[in-house]
Design a protein around this ligand. Structure first.
Ligand code: ZN
Length: 240
């Protein structure tokens, strides 16, 4: 089965549409939360995910936008964007976000936004945190997002090693357990502003990171029109 794994789209329709145009034929599209927040087109992004029949989990921004996650932990820019998002979400989008689970499991895969032991809030930012999460999921692989940084942590015995998210070659998967982050579609933070996602074929043992150019200026213009915070607009061009 071929999967496209997308995360942290953040209401950036231009980035999502560029990824969709780049997609080869896949059996399923998985989305690891933070569908909304930061960006200018939350309803349109949710509509597109519904058209794709995406299998999604919820993220901290999704919950904050509909009032099920406490937004008092957000930095001022993120909080301002969440407040704006809450004012524009239509009833269909609100119902869609409210129905998302925190964890999805299917075959060899578990999907979460933050981490398997704290699906909404924990950031997996190093190999130690990744190792501490191995006992929190029962499948071979875990897909997570939240940091906006594409990479794979692979368990070699009790140690975790980092497999960089190169786009040069597909990465071979074997029996070793992993935590895989596809990077962010709508707000990359690894210094590369191109939308990031992951193609996965577990049976064939292949993980392939992809980067896609999109019309950043279009998303920035839409953000300016609705007065979203300047830094959120600027950072899209910087990829950080
Ligand atoms: Zn995010």
């Amino acid at each position: 089965m071929r999967l496209a794994v997308l995360s942290d789209i953040h209401a950036n329709l231009a980035a999502l549409d560029a990824v969709c145009a780049d997609l080869p034929e896949v059996d399923q599209v998985w989305v690891l939360g933070d569908i909304v927040g930061y960006g200018p087109q939350p309803n349109e992004v949710i509509g597109r995910l519904q058209e794709l029949g995406a299998m999604a989990v919820t993220g901290n921004h999704d919950g904050a936008a509909i009032g099920t996650v406490d937004a008092s932990w957000f930095n001022p820019d993120a909080a301002a964007a969440v407040r704006w998002t809450a004012t524009v979400l239509d009833a269909r989008s609100t119902a869609y976000l409210a129905a998302l689970p925190e964890v999805r499991t299917d075959g060899e895969l578990t999907a979460v936004h933050g981490s398997p032991r704290q699906p909404i809030w924990e950031y997996i930012t190093d190999a130690g945190i990744a190792a501490d999460n191995l006992d929190a999921f029962a499948t071979r692989h875990c897909l997570y997002g939240h940091t906006h940084l594409p990479l794979i942590y692979r368990a070699d015995g009790s140690r975790m090693t980092v497999v960089p998210a190169t786009t040069a070659d597909a990465i071979a998967l074997d029996l070793r357990r992993t935590l895989m982050n596809p990077g962010s579609v709508g707000q990359p933070r690894d210094g590369n502003p191109d939308a990031s996602y992951l193609l996965l074929d577990i049976e064939a043992g292949r993980a392939e990171f992809r980067r896609v150019r999109y019309d950043i200026a279009l998303t920035q213009r839409l953000m300016r029109e609705v007065s979203l915070p300047p830094w959120l607009i600027e950072r899209l061009a910087l990829g950080r």
